[in-house]
Design a protein around this ligand. Structure first.
Ligand SMILES: [Zn+2]
Ligand SMILES: [Zn+2]
Length: 443
């Protein structure tokens, strides 16, 4: 193990243990006061205050809500810098839990665990702020509006606050695995998600005489079934592309063919390259099918989010941290999710890795985006220790490859038999260093 990571990581462990009660009450405060995307004003002020209390200097993001806060050596002074990102927004869902920390805001709930992500990032910043000898800068970003399309991450990327950092890391609650478990995956871990709205129009008419008009309901039915079928033959089956309808509307009377009908659905894909072509592909398929029906067609296609594609090197750094945090038996392979996550935008400017933080508290299964969602709060400490160590490993790796950092052993020297110094310089983790437990992630 890297001696710097070992020493500072142990100090973080100690900090977490000492501050556990305070961390739980922080999470409960955030949980009780959820705010929607780009309206996270109280959350932002609360975080600002907590960060200032430990001598940090958070800055507001240009979005008005959300913060960026540097910990460690002054970034302007050079040296490596890594980004840790938490999302801070809640959902427009009623909280259905009967707990003392239930939402105090009608119709709003932290049902995606962003209160946990926020508490973890705050904890990492506060814990690292107590340490001397941080081998670089940890830039913690409290990002607004993850639950929107295209997501607050686009504005974070555009604002330039990621400039100068080598990698970005994040985590997301995973209610399918118990607290104390960390899920990792190289490559796509979440899917791209776009929205498609199709409107068909025609002259309308009597259902007794469909031959004299365009049968719009029949045309909608063809689009509903033909489009997913055609898509499955137009794209590589390995790309994980799927079109699923969520809404269809047309007509009122049983005996009148309507003049207008609409379809709405989502297009999801795990392949980032294919995602770039998804809009053109969908538009051309819709036109082909609609042309066979005679209906006029209008397509509104909204490009949403790219997939989160985890960089292998960034995952290796996270895996080293996870093994030290929860041990080999509790690091699992995360399945790919067809859900969306706007952290994927960060990959436009740097390698990224998103981990899954087990939060299931026992009892019946729980899912995200439900008013019943809750977590085992022991996951907060695990998240802080995981992300803090990940940042330390990443800074150490960057310091080794940074000309301003400690010199790496010469690479051209042929190692003497038994000499492992050159190998140590290039930190590596075996690819099979984590395993899939039986019975989990059966899908
Ligand atoms: Zn969500
Ligand atoms: Zn989320």
């Amino acid at each position: 193990m890297n001696p710097v990571v070992e020493k500072l990581g142990a100090a973080v462990d100690e900090w977490v243990e000492k501050n556990n009660a305070q961390l739980v009450s922080t999470r409960r405060h955030l949980h009780a006061h959820p705010e929607l995307a780009f309206a996270e004003f109280e959350t932002t002020s609360y975080l600002e205050q907590r960060l200032r209390e430990v001598g940090l200097k958070p800055r507001r993001l240009p979005t008005g809500t959300g913060l960026v806060c540097d910990v460690g050596s002054d970034a302007a002074g050079g040296g490596p810098m890594v980004v840790l990102r938490a999302d801070i927004d809640a959902l427009p869902l009623p909280d259905q839990k009967d707990v003392p920390y239930a939402s105090t805001k009608e119709g709003l709930c932290h049902a995606c665990g962003h209160d946990v992500h926020t508490t973890v990032a705050l904890g990492v910043a506060m814990a690292l702020a107590t340490l001397d000898g941080l081998p670089g800068t940890v830039r913690v970003i409290f990002q607004p509006a993850e639950e929107t399309i295209p997501g607050g991450a686009t504005e974070v990327v555009a604002s330039g606050v990621l400039d100068g950092a080598s990698r970005a890391f994040a985590l997301h609650c995973d209610p399918s695995v118990p607290a104390g478990t960390v899920g990792l995956r190289t490559g796509a871990i979440t899917a791209a998600c776009d929205r498609i709205d199709i409107t068909l129009t025609g002259p309308g008419g009597h259902t007794a005489r469909p031959q004299l008009t365009v049968d719009l309901v029949d045309a909608l039915g063809r689009l509903i079934t033909d489009l997913p079928g055609l898509l499955s033959r137009q794209v590589d089956p390995r790309s994980g592309m799927s079109l699923v309808w969520g809404a269809v509307n047309a007509g009122i009377a049983a005996n009148a063919i309507p003049q207008r009908g609409s379809l709405r659905g989502t297009v999801r894909v795990l392949d980032r390259e294919l995602w770039k072509d998804a809009e053109n592909l969908m538009r051309s398929l819709v036109e082909r099918v609609a042309a066979t029906t005679g209906a006029d067609v209008d397509v509104d296609y909204v490009r949403g989010l790219p997939p989160v594609v985890n960089d292998p090197r960034a995952v290796a750094l996270m895996r080293a941290a996870a093994l030290e945090t929860v041990g080999h038996d509790h690091v699992v392979v995360s399945p790919q999710s067809m859900g969306g996550e706007d952290f994927g935008w960060f990959a436009d400017v740097m390698p990224i890795a998103l981990a899954r933080l087990g939060t299931h508290p026992g009892g019946p299964p729980l899912d995200l985006h439900r008013g019943t969602f809750d977590v085992d709060e022991r996951a907060i400490g695990v998240g802080i220790r995981l992300l803090a160590r990940t940042a330390l490993h990443a800074l150490e790796a960057d310091a080794l490859s940074d000309p301003a950092g400690p010199p790496a052993p010469p690479r051209t020297r042929r190692p003497a038999p038994g000499d492992t110094s050159a190998r140590r310089a290039v930190e590596r983790e075996p690819d099979d260093a984590f395993h899939r437990p039986a019975d989990r992630h059966a899908g």
